[in-house]
Design a protein around this ligand. Structure first.
Ligand code: GCW
Length: 680
C-alpha cells in the first residue's frame, strides 16, 4: 500500500473533522477513473475515520453533506452550469478541489484529473490536515511517465525490487493484480503513462500474444487514467515475427514503413488509447537508423508518422553514444555525444516526437551538470529522464533521497539567448513554446513487497510524481507528506526520516566520488561498490584520467574536449574557467594536480578526497543508530528491515572509504595529513 495506507488517524485528531459519509461519483462507466475515485474515497474515508461510506453513481440532491467527484463536464450536465460558476478554467489533467462548503467538490478537467483530486483530498485528511481549501491545480508538463526496464523473461535490468510485475516466461502475466496496485500508486502521484518493457527491447512483444498482453495491461490501468506504451527494438521488421520477415529495417524503405504502420494499427485496434513508443536506437549495441546511413530523426519520424493518426507519441532517447572511444585521444569525450548527435536535428523531428534526455551528459551519476542538450531542443519536445531505481547510487542498499539532486538539474538556468532557461521550463515546453514535453522516470519496481527493495526508497517514487506535476515543489515538504502517509505524524519519525534523507546525497557523494569525478562505482559489471580503476582504459568514456600527478576530465574549449562550449555562452564561461567552476564539479570540467587547492576550503584535491571519504563514512555510521530512536514508533517489520539496510550501509561506506582512499593514495603517493590513509 506504500503511501496509500489510509491508516486510522489518532482519535484526538479524527474527532476534529466530520467526514461526509456519502460520495457521489458521476462516472460514465466502471473503467472511468471517476468510478475509481468514488471507490478510493469510500475506502479512504472508511480507513481513516472508520464508519461506513456509501457511493452513489448518479446525481442526488446535494442538500446533505457529501463529496462529489466528477469531471467538470458531467457535473455541469447533472447540476447545471450555474453550480460551477466559481470553478476556474481547467487545462488538461487539472482539477478543482473545494472543501469550504458542506459538499466537498472534486472536479476534474477529465476523468483522471478527478481521480487526482480525490487522491489529493485523501492525502490531506490522511495527514490530519482539515483546513478549508478551494483551489485549482494543473500539471507543469503533459508527459508524466514512468519507464520500466522489464525484460520478457521477468528479469528487470537495473531492478532491485525483485522480478517483473508485468512479464514472466517470455510473455505478459495472466494475473495482473500487482499491475493494478502499481497503477493505483502511480495515479495517486498523477503519472499518466507507463512504458512497460526494457528500452533494450525484445521484438517478440509485437507478436499477437504480446499485443493482446499489452491490451490486458492497458485494460488494467485504464481505470487509473494511465496510458500504456512500449519500447521498440529498431530491427523488429527483420526479426522472426509472424508479421512477415523483412531483410531490412531501413526506416526509409517502404516495406519497413508499411510493416511499422501495420504493427501500429494492430496495437491501436486492441488499445485505442495507447500512449506511444519509446526507442533506444544506436546506443550500446542497439540497432538504429545509422546502420543505413539514415539520421536519427529519419528513424524517429518513421514511428512518429505511424503513431500520428492515432494521437500517439514517440519518445526518442538521446542516450546515443559510441561506447568504443579511445582514451589516448585527449579530445574524445562521451559527454559530447548527445549534443553532437542531436544539435543539427532540431527542427526536423515530427511534432509528436519527444526527445528523452538523461539529466546529465553521462549516466545517472552522483553529480553531473545538466545535459546541455536541453538548450539545443528549441523546436523539439524534450523530456528529462530521471532514475528512481538507484543504479549507480547504492541500489537501494544505501539511503539516497533523490529530489535535491533532481532539483540541482531542474532548477539550473542554462541562459539560452541570455534569458532565463530553467531546465524545468524547457521540459514543460514553456521556454521554447513546445506543446509536448515532460518527465520520464525509470522506476523498475518489482514483485518485492516493498516495490523497490527498501521502504525508504519509495519516497523517491512519490517525489518523482510530485515534481513532475510541480518541479518547484520543496524536497523537504514532499518528503514529510510522504512520511506522514507512509509511517506516521509522530515528530520523532518525521524528524529522523527528514534528517537522514536530506543528508543522504551529500553523505553518499562524500564516500563515493566527490568533486565531480563521478560515482567511482564499478562500471563494467554491477554498477555497485567501489571500483575507481574500472572507469579508465576502456571505451565507455566514463573516464577520470587519473595518473600519478593529476586527475579529472579537461572539458574546456581552450585545452580539452570542448564540452563546456556546448552550453550557452554565459554558462560555458563559468565552466570554462577553473576559478568560477564550482568545486563540486571541478574534476568534471578540469584536469588538475592532486595538489591543486580548492576554492571553498583551501585544501588540496587529494586531502579533500581523504577527508570527505572519512567524513561521509562517519556520517553514514550514524544513520542506523539515529534510526533506532524510532523503535516502537513504527511497526517492527518496517523498523527492522530499514535498520538492516542502514547497518549494511554503515559497513559498506567504510569499504567505500578505504577502497577509494587507498586507491588514490597508491596512485599519487601523497600522504594523508591526518595519517589515516595508507596506514593499514
Ligand atoms: O547506464 C546504462 C545502464 C543500462 C541501461 C542504459 C540505458 C537499459 O547500465 O543497463 O540500459 O544505461 O539507459 O539505456
Amino acid at each position: 500500500a506504500a503511501w496509500l495506507r489510509y491508516a486510522p488517524l489518532p482519535a484526538s485528531v479524527a474527532r476534529q473533522y466530520s467526514a461526509p459519509s456519502t460520495v457521489v461519483a458521476l462516472n460514465i462507466s466502471e473503467v472511468d477513473p471517476v468510478y475509481t475515485a468514488g471507490q478510493e474515497l469510500q475506502k479512504g474515508i472508511q480507513g481513516i475515520f472508520g464508519g461506513k461510506v456509501t457511493v452513489a453513481n448518479t446525481n442526488i440532491s446535494l442538500s446533505s453533506p457529501a463529496i462529489i467527484v466528477s469531471t467538470l463536464g458531467q457535473y455541469v450536465k447533472a447540476y447545471g452550469s450555474e453550480t460551477a460558476g466559481h470553478v476556474p478554467e481547467l487545462t488538461d489533467d487539472a482539477f478543482w478541489l473545494d472543501t469550504t462548503g458542506d459538499t466537498v467538490q472534486i472536479l476534474g478537467q477529465n476523468g483522471r484529473a478527478a481521480l487526482y483530486g480525490a487522491f489529493e483530498y485523501l492525502s490531506l485528511i490522511a495527514q490530519g490536515n482539515f483546513s478549508k481549501v478551494a483551489y485549482a491545480t494543473a500539471p507543469d508538463a503533459p508527459i508524466r511517465w514512468v519507464n520500466q526496464w522489464d525484460n520478457m523473461d521477468g528479469h528487470i535490468e537495473r531492478g532491485y525490487g525483485g522480478d517483473s510485475i508485468v512479464f514472466s516466461n517470455g510473455t505478459i502475466k495472466n494475473d495482473l493484480q500487482r499491475v493494478i496496485d502499481y497503477g493505483r500508486l502511480l495515479a495517486s502521484i498523477r503519472i499518466n503513462g507507463i512504458i512497460i518493457n526494457n528500452v533494450n527491447a525484445n521484438a517478440t512483444l509485437l507478436n499477437p500474444k504480446g499485443v493482446d498482453g499489452i491490451g490486458r495491461v492497458a485494460d488494467a490501468l485504464r481505470p487509473y487514467g494511465i496510458q500504456v506504451g512500449i519500447s521498440l527494438n529498431f530491427a523488429s521488421p527483420s526479426a522472426n515475427l509472424v508479421y512477415g520477415n523483412l531483410t531490412t529495417f531501413d526506416p526509409l524503405n517502404q516495406t519497413v514503413i508499411d510493416w511499422w504502420t501495420n504493427v501500429t494499427d494492430t496495437i491501436y485496434d486492441r488499445v485505442p488509447d495507447f500512449a506511444g513508443y519509446l526507442v533506444k536506437a544506436n546506443s550500446e549495441g542497439q540497432p538504429g537508423p545509422l546502420t543505413y546511413n539514415r539520421t536519427l530523426a529519419e528513424g524517429a519520424n518513421m514511428f512518429a508518422s505511424a503513431l500520428k493518426p492515432h494521437g500517439g507519441i514517440l519518445m526518442f532517447r538521446a542516450f546515443v553514444y559510441d561506447n568504443h572511444i579511445n582514451e589516448t585521444n585527449w579530445k574524445a569525450d562521451r559527454a559530447n555525444a548527445a549534443v553532437d548527435f542531436f544539435r543539427d536535428l532540431d527542427g526536423v523531428f515530427d511534432d509528436n516526437v519527444v526527445v528523452q534526455v538523461k539529466y546529465g551528459p553521462i549516466d545517472f551519476q552522483v553529480r553531473e551538470p545538466p545535459s546541455p542538450l536541453f538548450a539545443h531542443l528549441r523546436q523539439t519536445g524534450a523530456a528529462i529522464e530521471l532514475q528512481i531505481t538507484q543504479e549507480y547510487l547504492g541500489q537501494q542498499c544505501h539511503l539516497f533521497y533523490l529530489p535535491p539532486l533532481w532539483h540541482s538539474i531542474l532548477d539550473f538556468d542554462l541562459r539560452s539567448d541570455n534569458k532565463s532557461t530553467l531546465v524545468s521550463d524547457v521540459v514543460s515546453g514553456k521556454r521554447f513554446n513546445r506543446t509536448l514535453g515532460g518527465y520520464a522516470g525509470v522506476v523498475n519496481v518489482g514483485v518485492n513487497d516493498t516495490w523497490l527493495g527498501s521502504h525508504l526508497s519509495m519516497s523517491n517514487l512519490y517525489a518523482f510524481g510530485r515534481l513532475a506535476w510541480d518541479p518547484h515543489g520543496d524536497s523537504e515538504t514532499i518528503l514529510q507528506d510522504w512520511t506522514r502517509l507512509t509511517f506516521s505524524s509522530d515528530p520523532a519519525v518525521i524528524e529522523t526520516i527528514t534528517d537522514l534523507s536530506l543528508e543522504s546525497w551529500p553523505t553518499y557523494e562524500s564516500y563515493t566520488g566527490n568533486l565531480g569525478i563521478q560515482t567511482l562505482t564499478d562500471i563494467l559489471y554491477t554498477h555497485f561498490g567501489p571500483n575507481p580503476a574500472s572507469q579508465d582504459n576502456n571505451g565507455w568514456g566514463q573516464w577520470t584520467r587519473a595518473d600519478a600527478d593529476s586527475i579529472g576530465m579537461d572539458r574546456t574549449v581552450s585545452n580539452g574536449t570542448g564540452f563546456s562550449g556546448q552550453y550557452p555562452p554565459e554558462v560555458a564561461e563559468v565552466f570554462e574557467d577553473i576559478s568560477t567552476t564550482p568545486d563540486n564539479l571541478l574534476l568534471w570540467f578540469h584536469h588538475v594536480n592532486y595538489t591543486t587547492k580548492l576554492k571553498s576550503s583551501g585544501k588540496t584535491v587529494i586531502q579533500h578526497f581523504y577527508d570527505a571519504h572519512y567524513a561521509g563514512a562517519e556520517n553514514a555510521q550514524t544513520f542506523a543508530t539515529r534510526w533506532e530512536r524510532l523503535k516502537g514508533k513504527i511497526d517492527d517489520q518496517r523498523y527492522n528491515e530499514t535498520l538492516f539496510r542502514l547497518r549494511y550501509q554503515a559497513g559498506h561506506s567504510i569499504v567505500w572509504r578505504d577502497a577509494i582512499n587507498e586507491f588514490y593514495h597508491n596512485m599519487s603517493g601523497i600522504a594523508d595529513e591526518a595519517k589515516r590513509v595508507g596506514s593499514h
